[in-house]
Write a protein that binds this ligand. Structure first.
Ligand code: DC
Length: 233
């Protein structure tokens, strides 16, 4: 199939179920780790859409532009060169996988990902990528906007406290000395921004299945999704 036709089909314009697993949910719920492992189990590819928004935020930061300067933003977006390979994120050929996780980018990605023009461009790129082959895609709007025809939609949740506890332990394992209340407050800030923005807010698709992972470990979550997918095919 010619790529544009395939992209339109995967964009939800066909009623046929697409070979795509959409995993949406709030920050810190473990979507990326889960999605990567589900993809490995199925022999499918994995697309981290959050990393794309982060790379766009890094590009905005490096260019030193204000989002309110629409001309400068359009100029930047016109040449935004993003790629993902082997789980690494590239911006104009540079591996920025670590740089996009900095606290500065984590703050800036909230307004950048709320920008309708940024979303339009990245959603288009995501649809083109997903048009080829079988993908596990994680994000906030995958089941509701990007791939409404995905064959399997999961809305992964966990309480803010459970997510903050996981993040706290991750940071400790990296040798940092995090403050639990600060970690929780940052997650709540991101939850509120993601679910109240005008452009594609975080919400469960009507046909998604919700999984509350508060008391599950990663193996149980991965197994549940793989079984759920098997039941759909
Ligand atoms: O999943 P993450 O924390 O790496 O995502 C980074 C930011 O991008 C987060 O603020 C939410 C946003 N995002 C989005 O708006 N839509 C997506 N499909 C993926 C992420």
């Amino acid at each position: 199939m010619e790529w544009r036709a395939a992209a339109l089909q995967n964009a939800g314009m066909s009623t046929a179920a697409l070979p795509l697993i959409a995993i949406d949910g709030p920050s810190g719920v473990g979507k990326s780790t889960t999605a990567k492992r589900v993809a490995t189990r199925l022999g499918w590819q994995y697309l981290d859409t959050g990393a794309m928004y982060r790379a766009a935020a890094l590009a905005v930061r490096r260019a030193g532009i204000e989002l309110s300067d629409r001309g400068a933003l359009e100029h930047l977006l016109a040449s935004l060169d993003l790629a993902q390979e082997q789980g690494r994120m590239f911006l104009a050929g540079e591996d920025v996988s670590e740089a996009i996780r900095s606290p500065e980018v984590t703050l800036l990605v909230t307004p950048v990902s709320a920008d309708a023009r940024v979303r339009e461009l990245l959603v288009d790129q995501q649809r083109r990528i997903g048009a080829s082959g079988r993908w596990v895609v994680d994000g906030r709007d995958i089941g509701t906007v990007v791939f409404t025809g995905a064959c399997c939609k999961i809305f992964l949740t966990a309480s803010p406290e459970a997510r903050a506890q996981r993040r706290f332990l991750e940071l400790q394992a990296k040798g940092q000395t995090p403050d639990f209340e600060a970690v929780l407050a940052d997650l709540q800030r991101r939850d509120s921004a993601d679910s109240t923005r005008a452009a594609s807010p975080l919400r469960k698709a009507d046909d998604a299945t919700e999984l509350d992972s508060s008391i599950l470990n990663i193996d149980q979550v991965v197994e549940w999704i793989v079984q759920r997918h098997a039941a759909h095919v």
